[in-house]
Design a protein around this ligand. Structure first.
Ligand code: NAD
Length: 497
């Protein structure tokens, strides 16, 4: 059931967002009592005063997480018990999906339809999928001679930290919380300072579902304060970070400067959308091309901003993309008809507008989009043609609604240009030739290659980046569990063969 614009507005008016930290089962202020405001970027309205957690609060959260981990209440509980509780979290998220989606839309400027897709579908599905894995993950027995039995067992890593970005707040929280709790870790989570509200509301639902005190802790705050304190904490065993490559590097350093905790990094991208000469320019292809660049207003790590199009197809492709772009509706994120919402902050809008200016200065032609005069931080879906690989807009992550068309003479040129980047998160390839599709997929140095459609895969498939888009860690799939597990060998000498 989807609500109308007026019903979503009414729901928004009734919300009373909780801005407290959640430490050891209690919603609380920061130790020093300080707060920061979180605002609706589409309107500038202040939504809540949020506890501004710092190192002292992270210490309290980690102490609680460690205490409960050592007590074994959750970490050594029967896997079926953890499964039941996490299944209940999934149920509660589904039951509260409309309210959570409105909260997310207000805090991010994302469209309500995207928020509902994520919170009515993806988020509870993550909890359900990892809950179901809790009692289906086995160890191994190594081959030995008759004098020994060698068990290879997996144990929860301990206290897991997670530091999250603002572009998919609750999805990212679920990506980290569901697998870490399923295997028995306790967790300390820092949502992005721009978007803490849905993660705090999730903590309320997790408590209602029966997650024991101290197993999940939420410490809202800024990178320099709460984020850094997590990275440098000597009693956090593993940290999972999603955000920019610049900050990801810091987490490697934090680990080296503290207790050598495990570090899982999911970072930026500059992903190509490749259309080879034999591809048919169907409506489906055009839809995928547009959505790959403009979904979530382009504020997406796997956005396929660089569109590498076989030269003979460029003219028709460009015309049809322009038609599609005209149909995008920009505006009130709470209107179910809206396709593209607001940029997250004024600073972020300014940064994207600077990239748009640099595209024009470097000689690319802007044929659609640019600034919007709507109040809030809106940018119209922007299309550049004649983008060349050396331009700044072709090299750096823009993280906004910008699509650049780059004509390619051959598949090999597309492969060379696509690979010539420090990033390696995602690529899309369109071709009717299965051999060329597999050649491209095997050759592209990135974590996900999507063939004949733009997709990041789903919960069952690992997601993460090559090169400076990620560490070797992956989110999603059974691979995500590895971020939160230790491997132990138990070698048993046996007297009788
Ligand atoms: P960001 O790196 O600025 O912030 C991410 C998180 O790190 C926030 O919680 C922030 O408070 C924290 N942080 C900032 N400075 C810190 C510091 N000095 N020490 C510790 N923590 C610090 O990124 P962002 O602006 O929130 O998100 C956008 C970026 O995230 C983009 O580059 C995007 O590509 C990337 N991203 C990647 C994925 C993925 O899965 N690969 C998914 C979403 C977003």
């Amino acid at each position: 059931m989807t609500l109308s614009h007026a019903e979503f507005q009414a729901l928004a008016a009734r919300l009373k967002p909780n801005g407290k930290a959640f430490i050891d089962g209690t919603f609380c202020e920061a130790a020093d009592g300080s707060v920061f405001e979180t605002v609706n970027p589409a309107t500038g309205q202040v939504l809540a005063a949020v506890a501004h957690c710092k190192a002292a609060d992270v210490d309290r959260a980690v102490a609680a997480a460690r205490r409960v981990f050592n007590a074994g209440t959750w970490s050594r509980a029967e896997p079926e018990e953890r499964k039941e509780v996490l299944l209940k979290v999934a149920r509660l998220v589904r039951e509260n999906a409309h309210e959570l989606a409105v909260l997310e839309s207000l805090d991010t400027g994302k469209t309500i339809s995207d928020c509902l897709d994520e919170i009515g579908g993806d988020v509870p599905n993550f909890f359900q999928w990892y809950a179901e894995l809790a009692d289906k993950t086995f160890g191994k027995i190594a081959p030995t001679g008759p004098g020994a039995m060698a068990l290879i067992t997996k144990e929860p890593a301990g206290v897991a930290g997670a530091v999250l970005p603002w572009n998919f707040p609750l999805v990212m929280a679920a990506w980290k919380i569901a697998p870490s709790l399923a295997v028995g870790c306790s967790a300390v989570i820092k949502p992005a300072e721009q978007t803490p509200l849905s993660t705090i509301r999730l903590a309320e639902l997790m408590q209602q579902a029966g997650v024991p005190d101290g197993v999940i802790n939420i410490v809202p705050g800024f990178g320099e304060t709460a984020g850094k304190a997590i990275g440098l904490h000597n009693d956090i065993d593993t940290v999972s970070f999603t955000g920019s490559t610049e900050v990801g590097r810091m987490f490697m350093r934090y680990s080296g400067d503290s207790n050598l905790k495990g570090v899982g990094l999911e970072m930026g991208g500059k992903s190509p959308f490749i259309v080879l000469e034999d591809a048919r320019l169907t409506d489906d292809l055009i839809e995928h091309a547009a959505m790959s660049a403009f979904w979530n207003g382009g504020q997406n790590c796997s956005a396929n901003m660089r569109q590498l199009i076989a030269a003979p197809l460029v003219e028709e492709f460009t015309g049809r993309i322009l038609d599609r772009v005209k149909a995008f509706q920009l505006g009130d994120p709470l209107d179910p008809e809206t396709d593209i919402g607001s940029m997250i902050t004024r600073d972020h809008k300014d940064m994207v507008m600077n990239y748009i200016q640099s595209g024009m200065d470097d000689g690319a032609q802007m044929i659609a989009g640019g600034d919007s005069d709507l109040p809030g931080y809106f940018i119209a879906p922007t299309v550049f043609q004649n983008v060349t690989p050396d331009m700044k807009i072709a090299r750096e992550e823009i993280f906004g609604p910008v699509l650049g068309i780059m004509p390619m003479k051959s598949a090999e040129e597309a492969l060379t240009v696509a690979s010539d980047t420090d990033y390696g998160l995602h690529a899309t390839v369109f071709t009717q030739d299965i051999d060329r599709a597999l050649h491209m997929a095997r050759s592209l140095p990135c974590g996900t290659v999507s063939v004949n459609g733009f997709s990041e895969g789903d919960i069952k498939t690992p997601f993460g980046g090559y090169k400076q888009s990620g560490s070797l860690a992956r989110d999603n799939g059974t691979e995500a569990l590895e971020q939160y597990l230790q491997t132990k060998t138990i070698w048993v000498q046996t007297a009788v063969g």
